[in-house]
Ligand binder design. Sequence first.
Ligand code: MN
Ligand code: MN
Length: 465
Amino acid sequence: MENLTNKELEAELSFKKKNVFEEADEKELSAIFDYAEGYKSFLDAAKTEREAVKEGILLAEKNGYTQYKLGEALSVGDKKYYNNRGKSLYLFKIGKEDIGENGIRIIAAHIDSPRIDLKQNPLYEDSGMGFLKTHYYGGIKKYQWTAIPLALHGVVILADGSSVEIKVGENENDPVFYINDLLPHLAADQMQQPMSKAISGESLNILVGGLPVSDKDVENKIKFGVLRILNDKYGIKEGDFISAEISAVPVFKARDIGFDRALVGAYGHDDRVCAYPAMTALFDTESDAHTTLVILADKEEIGSEGNTGMQCRLLSDIIQEIATALGKNPVLVRSNSKCLSADVNAAYDPNYGEAYEKRNSAMLSCGATMSKYTGSRGKSGTSDASAEFVGYIRNLFDNAGVIWQTSELGKVDHGGGGTVAMYIANLNIDTVDIGVPVISMHAPYEVVSKADLYSTYKAFCAFCK
Ligand code: MN
Ligand code: MN
């Protein structure tokens, strides 16, 4: 470095983020744009965790994966998927490498997204309108969910135990649903409220009808009309809502954003924008050396609890099953495994710059973003990956030519957030967060960069390879 000018030396010594689009040649650019098309199709087909599992299985089967049942024998070369109750999915391929020594390479993303769930006794009518009562799912800004078209997706278990699927609002000719807001003319009081209070949880009632049946003897004419339609179409009675999971999600389809089409707007990027690259990286990498596992988890948005969330011991069980089938010690397998917790992060937004610490925020189009730690208030609630593991991943990505960046979520003490990383790290597995930066995270329509999506895919390919 002796012959360098100070300017050259400065460039050599300093760290600077790179814009993925700027660095890409023509071939890479078209790869970036092509890849986003497959992702948009996946988004439109998979708006709930159940639908994402179904789509995941379709893609897996196309790529030679077959269904795995716990307890089944496994051998090198096997490509399997485990469907956990239709709500979370484990995809794995068994490599040649000794997993007792090298462990399993794990990528864990989640496929549940913030939404509005129906209550168990939801249907009523009031003042000429039929409504469904709801309880929102995940961290939403409630005002964003009013006055937009919504679709209903879900499953109903009928009294006889049979199951009926519901999906209304996605087809052009379907009716859609709606949550009312107050007109500005009468909103003087509402507009004085803090945003967190302006729309209450109990006012998130979904408008589902307005046509009274013409029979004087019927007490609830609109409600009865809706029930009759539901019964004709699905065989549903009011009591069946008790054993149902029905969610309202935005009807919007994934669309390019901007004149130059660099960005994608969609509902539920968080976290399908990591789930899709995780799956496709697993399918697209030819290497038969590593044993690789991709997890599409449920319940991340509400704390990862339950038997479809990442706090469930299923991951530990599956590792144990794989280890036992290959004659290895599961304790050693876990201690030598590596995991990318694949979840989104907040992209720096100059319109709300005061919420971010710019030097340590994810910048749009600067690639997959790694977060050594998440959590809040003094790193509370994070597994905080070791410098050694971050160093390992850094080398892996750099050697594979991946443009990536690091970030933490917003300013210190301004909030924060968690992912599934800590639950996996708690199993004695080296884990670090990496994923796609998102604008307007948890809004009904979120934005990501096609460059970051593709960079994340490349990063996951490097990890699987
Ligand atoms: Mn997430
Ligand atoms: Mn989230």
